[in-house]
Every structure is written in C-alpha cells, then in structure tokens.
Design a protein around this ligand. Structure first.
Ligand SMILES: [Zn+2]
Ligand SMILES: [Zn+2]
Length: 316
C-alpha cells in the first residue's frame, strides 16, 4: 500500500520520515540523499551525504572542506538501507552523475526523479527507465505548450555567420554539453571557456565523459572580430558583458525569458518538456504521480481519472 506521507515538504525540503532522510535538502541536514550536484539540489555542510561518485567529486571540487562531513558513495543500482528504506541510484540523464533516487519501503517503490532529461547528451550517463508505484517528478516545464527544439538544430544556428559569440551557460552540465555539441555540429568554431568551467571539465574527463576541445579564454583573443570563436561563460560573467562589442550574445537555456535581449536564441534545456514527462510516465508506469517544482496542474487535468496526481508543493 502506498503511504501518503512517505515524502512530505517541510522548511528544509523533501523529507522521508520513515527513513529519516532528506532528498536534496535546501539547508544542511543530518542525512541528505543528493540527486545531483547543481547548487539548488546539493547544498554544502550536510552531515551524511549519500550520492553517486561523480556527484561527490563535483561537490568536493566546489565546496572543498564544506562539502559535507561523511560521504557515502554508491555506484549505479547499488542499494543501501536507511532505517528500512532501501535506496538506489538510477541514471537521470541531466548532468554527469545525476541520479533518480529509487526508494523501496514495505514492498512499494517510490521513484524521485531529481532533474532529468530524455534528450540525447553525450556528456552524461543516459537516463534509464525503471518501474515504480509512485513517481515523484519535477515539473519545471510540465506545460503542453512547452516543447524543447532539438539541441543540434539549436547549436547549428552558430554556423550562419562567423562572428565571435559570447555564449552564457551554467558552468556545470550545460557548458560541457555545449562544448560537445559545438565539436559535433560546428567544427569550424573554436571554443574558449571561462576559467570556472575548466575544473568541472576535468572531472567530466576523469569520469570518461570528455566534453571535447576547448581552450582557456583570454581577453586578447576575443578582441579580434569574426574569428569563429565561441566564448562560454557563466551567467554572472555573461551579464557583465552586456555592452560587449564585436560579439553576438546568446544564452543557452530552456527558459524563454532568458532568451530576450540577446542577438541569438539558443533554446537548449537539460530538463524534460511536456512530451518527455509523458514518455517518462509511460515507462515508469506509476499508479500515482507526485509533482515537485514548477506546476503540476496541467498533468493533473491531463490525467484526470487515469492516474492520481498530487502536487507536493501545493496544499492539495
Ligand atoms: Zn539540475
Ligand atoms: Zn534543479
């Protein structure tokens, strides 16, 4: 029988009282099961951290001494027990090391997706589908009007001219995926990256996901116009170049509102869109869907009587 309050949201985040642990807590917690190393999922200074090897490596790289007190690291599908809840990590296809968290308790399987994507990405483990009774899914883009275009079509927009491009992107995950897409689809383009991205690229390389060719950015290189260069920078640096001359500005993201005021739209998302969520549900075959982040109301009306849909971030 599905336990209705198996996971609840409290001030620290998503909590499992039966196993006494948090999933991606927003504040440092005694026991934190971490789906992936993005800052909104992996905070510093948890006491016990349960995660995949790559997630641990990235957290330790970013947070150094404050990464967490005790790391408990598990390979894909290796199960461990927290107070009777059996837990294992399944690839989520979002960034390097990103995991879905499969929890089994009293014969019922609960699958927490973390962030996930179905689109192809050569820089991280491909998503795997497992069956579960309850699917706890992020619903960032759970709206029928959202359909992500193909990433290769988007990146090929860089082939329409030879102007240098300042390409804003999150430094973990998106930057590596872009380096790889540019190598595959824009071979005449040379990639320069901001220094904050280099250390992350090294971790990708260590884990066997070499993003492709890149060099460290120097100011001098970018000053020469029309060199077919792409300079990948994190959001803060991108915003500080608002008046950059001789360069086209673009920000690679699935968010439409981050595409305004730029010279080019590059809609590349590391999250599922509407159809991807439906595909996920078809594969997981849950009898209940619990939604998190974004808004589950479209899913709720779409599935009406076919599937129980519960919005975890709302009162109902
Ligand atoms: Zn993420
Ligand atoms: Zn996220």
């Amino acid at each position: 029988m599905i336990i209705n309050d198996f996971l609840v949201i409290n001030e620290r985040g998503l909590y499992c009282r039966y196993g006494d642990f948090y999933l991606d807590p927003k504040e440092a917690s005694p026991h934190a099961v971490i789906s992936h190393a993005h800052g909104d999922h992996a905070v510093r200074s948890n006491d016990y951290v349960y995660c995949t090897p790559a997630t641990a490596a990235i957290m330790q790289h970013r947070y150094q001494k404050n990464a967490g007190n005790h790391f408990r690291i598990y390979e894909w599908s290796e199960s461990f027990d927290l107070n009777g809840v059996s837990i294992s990590f399944i690839p989520a296809g979002h960034i390097l090391g990103s995991a879905q968290v499969l929890m089994e308790y009293r014969g019922v399987k609960y699958l927490y997706t973390g962030d996930y994507k179905l689109q192809e990405d050569a820089t991280c483990e491909k998503i795997e589908f497992v069956k579960a009774n309850v699917l706890i899914s992020e619903s960032t883009f759970a709206d029928p009007s959202v359909q992500h275009p193909s990433a290769s079509d988007e990146i090929r927009k860089l082939n329409l001219f030879n102007h240098n491009v300042l390409l804003g992107a999150y430094s973990l995950g998106k930057a590596q995926r872009l380096i790889n897409l540019i190598a595959d689809h824009c071979p005449q383009r040379q990639v320069l990256v901001h220094h904050s991205i280099i250390g992350l690229n090294r971790i990708y390389e260590q884990f066997g996901f070499n993003p492709g060719k890149y060099e460290l950015y120097t100011r001098k290189r970018m000053k020469q116009p029309d060199q077919n260069l792409v300079y990948i920078v994190p959001p803060l640096t991108f915003n500080s170049y608002i008046r950059a001359k001789n360069v086209l500005r673009a920000f690679a993201s699935g968010w439409m509102n981050l595409q305004t005021n730029n010279d080019l739209k590059i809609l590349i998302s590391d999250h599922v869109d509407w159809n991807d969520i439906l595909t996920m549900i078809k594969n997981v075959k849950p009898s209940e869907l619990w939604t998190l982040h974004g808004n589950g109301k479209h899913l709720k009306s779409y599935f009406k009587d076919q599937l129980t849909v519960k919005l975890l971030n709302h009162a109902d």
